[in-house]
Design a protein around this ligand. Structure first.
Ligand SMILES: [Zn+2]
Length: 270
């Protein structure tokens, strides 16, 4: 009887120790919150400055804006991008000319000048580095993240980001999935591209991330107009308000901070 009791106690202790270890691991990541949510906005469009940034700032939320260096909206509104970075938003790198692979189906919009399939790998790497120099001149930062234009990872058989791993904290792709900190591939971070979705769809994704202690990255283009890939102003606003109401449980931060958190976690748990 006594032996049985000792065994049961030992088993229980082993079980709680294991559960405790899992819990402490779960809590270490995501800035000690349930999950991380990253709001990203691509292509350096006027709507970012006119609509999105005021909405984020009004709730003291921060996001990542992936800038195309050659965009006229970067040139014309340099001071506003600089001010956004000062308020805590990340200016991410979306390449100098946004080259996409024109050899893929449905890529009629790709011009000969900006056809990634005609690039050499070193040209892609060099242009992205020049865009980093431009962004550094705007915000003074030396660490940021990259987002693949059109989600294209390769030139021929070569992953061009292999030449850029040391230039960035991470790179955002376009595959829709929720991942734990252990699962995230920092060279191709998953995200949910958003177009004409309901607020419920987006908020359900956040709830799923909270339940599964995973990373959820949203990818927006237009918000209330400004781009052919558009999300309504009201659905976007409802998402922001849900995030704000749950900011004690959800870590809402620019991609660069989350990528560095994941990197530290992965190094610690090798
Ligand atoms: Zn883009």
């Amino acid at each position: 009887m006594k032996l049985k009791h000792i065994l049961a106690t030992a088993l229980f202790a082993a079980f709680t120790l294991k559960a405790g270890a899992q819990q402490s691991t779960g809590l270490k990541v995501w800035n000690n919150k349930q999950c991380a949510v990253v709001l990203t906005y691509d292509d350096a469009i006027d709507v970012d400055l006119d609509t999105v940034l005021p909405a984020l700032d009004s709730l003291q939320l921060t996001g990542t804006f992936y800038l195309i260096g050659s965009s006229s909206v970067v040139n014309k509104r340099l001071d506003e991008w600089r001010a956004a970075a000062k308020r805590g938003h990340e200016l991410g790198n979306h390449a100098l000319f946004h080259p996409c692979d024109g050899s893929l189906p449905g890529r009629g919009f790709v011009t000969p000048d900006n056809d990634l399939s005609k690039y050499t790998v070193s040209r892609a790497v060099n242009e992205i580095r020049i865009n980093n120099t431009l962004l550094k001149a705007i915000d003074g930062k030396t660490v940021r993240t990259f987002a693949y234009p059109c989600g294209d990872l390769k030139i021929g058989d070569t992953y061009f980001y292999d030449g850029l791993k040391n230039d960035f904290a991470g790179a955002r792709g376009v595959t829709a999935a929720l991942q734990t900190a252990a699962e995230v591939d920092l060279t191709n971070i998953d995200c949910y591209p958003i177009m004409d979705k309901t607020a419920d769809y987006m908020i359900d994704l956040v709830k799923k991330a909270q339940q599964t202690h995973t990373l959820l990255v949203f990818l927006f283009h237009g918000v209330g107009g400004g781009h052919s890939i558009n999300e309504s102003l009201s659905a976007h606003s409802q998402l922001l308000h849900y995030l704000k109401a749950h900011e004690k449980e959800i870590w809402i931060s620019p991609m660069v901070d989350v990528a560095e958190n994941i990197k530290a976690y992965q190094q610690e748990h090798k």
